[in-house]
Ligand binder design. Structure first.
Ligand code: ATP
Ligand code: MG
Length: 405
């Protein structure tokens, strides 16, 4: 569901506004960004929320309502006004259209009429079946070749660095629903978790979803794992995909820390992702798993999206050189992150991201450069930055013969 339209409503009448709002909440392809009860405040709301569609209910004061439609047309050319009214008068409808309304709907509102109006706006005005304005929202999954390779530390630090760019709005999602610890890295005690979001999925609107996210000082939001372990899944793959679609309508980056089980939920995240960073270290079990995972992902046509990130470069007990590792995995390495246990552990124990804890450390700079690369490059990068090229065709364990460090 990639075609979510973001919407804001203005209606000074509380009861009709609530009826319209409830109707909108029943439509999957809508994200209700904001509601407003005063015509005079609505342009501020539009400035702040930048929706695709502005629903203007004009009956409380038709003259002001129609003037507002003209104002939206002039001042917010990317926002499409949709007028609702109990009036069937031709002169009112004509005036609304002259003032720039893209659609005019009469009370009582019917869900089918609303959906058809949205489709028309989507097709004729926004000009694509893929929905609203291209906001360049990208989903980045962080997967690991083994436990403890550094996925959560990368996910959290990447999210915090990306959030430093004022153009970005970033959410990290902890999809390790059993043992995830993203909240620890950010020293956040969340009120809501991914489970609350899943349980309320059918009545999820913008304000409810945003309340379910906890914002860190860096600006990044976090959707944490459930508080309690449970036999039942906290969120199904379908529910997760709906949450992602909604979040994509308003966030520029979703960083998903997937679990190491590659279960259907993790796979839903990797499928939704524009890019998956597969984190590994330079040891035999990890590299063997990279090969197995790449095979598994290639079989599912997901291999193209995978970028191998080697973490903890320089770790003394790494037995395998980078060149040997490259031969083994038969892939380019997209990024290398240096080993810096002291900075990492201090950062985690203090619940403070690296950019604050150790701003000058090489590991911090490396993650900042990775964030810049992700921010600037097209979603699917054709060529990785890495200088080393792998030589294919070597057997999995060929590095064991020589060159160990
Ligand atoms: N570049 C690095 N240099 C040094 N230590 C690191 C580095 N990256 C991660 N670590 C350390 O490795 C440990 C595991 O990191 P992290 O929790 O991010 O891994 P993970 O893959 O999310 O683990 P899990 O499988 O439990 O989810 C932490 O103690 C962290 O501080
Ligand atoms: Mg983790």
């Amino acid at each position: 569901m990639s075609d979510v339209l973001r919407m804001a409503i203005v209606d000074p009448n509380d009861s009709s506004r609530s009826i319209t709002k409830n109707l909108l909440l029943g439509i999957d392809s809508i994200w209700l960004e904001a509601e407003c009860s005063r015509y005079e405040f609505f342009s501020d709301v539009l400035t702040q929320t930048n929706p695709d569609i502005a629903v203007v209910a004009i009956d409380s004061d038709p003259q002001r309502g129609l003037a507002l439609v003209a104002q939206i047309t002039n001042e917010f050319p990317e926002c499409n006004p949709l007028v609702v009214s109990g009036s069937q008068e031709g002169s009112v409808i004509l005036q609304a259209m002259r003032n720039g309304a893209k659609e005019f709907l009469a009370y009582p509102l019917q869900i089918d009429d609303f959906v058809s109006a949205l489709d028309r706006i989507r097709n004729t005005v926004l000009g694509s079946s893929s929905g609203g304005k291209a906001r360049g929202s990208r989903v980045i999954a962080i997967a690991g070749a083994s436990g403890g390779v550094g996925c959560t530390s990368l996910a959290i630090n990447l999210a915090c660095v990306l959030a430093q760019n004022q153009k970005n709005t970033v959410t990290a999602i902890d999809l390790d629903t059993a043992l995830g610890d993203a909240d620890v890295w950010l020293d956040i005690i969340p009120d809501y978790t991914i489970q609350d979001v899943a349980e309320n999925i059918t009545r999820l609107d913008y304000s409810l979803l945003k309340r379910s996210l906890t914002q860190h000082d860096s600006g990044a939001f976090l959707l944490p794992r459930p508080v309690h372990l449970d036999d039942r899944p906290a969120i199904t793959p379908d529910e997760f995909q709906r949450v992602v679609a909604l979040l994509k309508a308003t966030f520029t980056h979703l960083i998903v820390d997937v679990s190491k089980s590659f279960n259907p939920l993790d796979m839903a995240a990797i499928e939704s992702a524009d890019m998956t960073l597969l984190v590994t270290q330079l040891d035999l079990p990890c590299l063997r798993n990279v090969v197995r995972l790449m095979q598994f992902l290639d079989e599912r046509d997901l291999g193209e999206k995978i970028r191998v990130v080697v973490n903890r470069i320089g770790l003394e007990d790494s037995q395998i050189s980078l060149n040997k590792a490259l031969e083994t995995i038969g892939r380019e390495v997209y990024w290398k992150i240096p080993n810096d246990y002291a900075s990492m552990v201090e950062s985690r124990n203090n619940g403070v991201p690296l950019m604050t804890q150790a701003p000058r450390a090489k590991v911090t700079k490396s993650i900042e450069q990775l964030a810049a690369q992700i921010d600037n490059a097209p979603v699917l990068m054709e060529s990785a930055k890495e200088e080393e090229k792998p030589r294919k065709g070597k057997s999995l364990f060929s590095f064991l013969g020589s060159g160990s460090r």
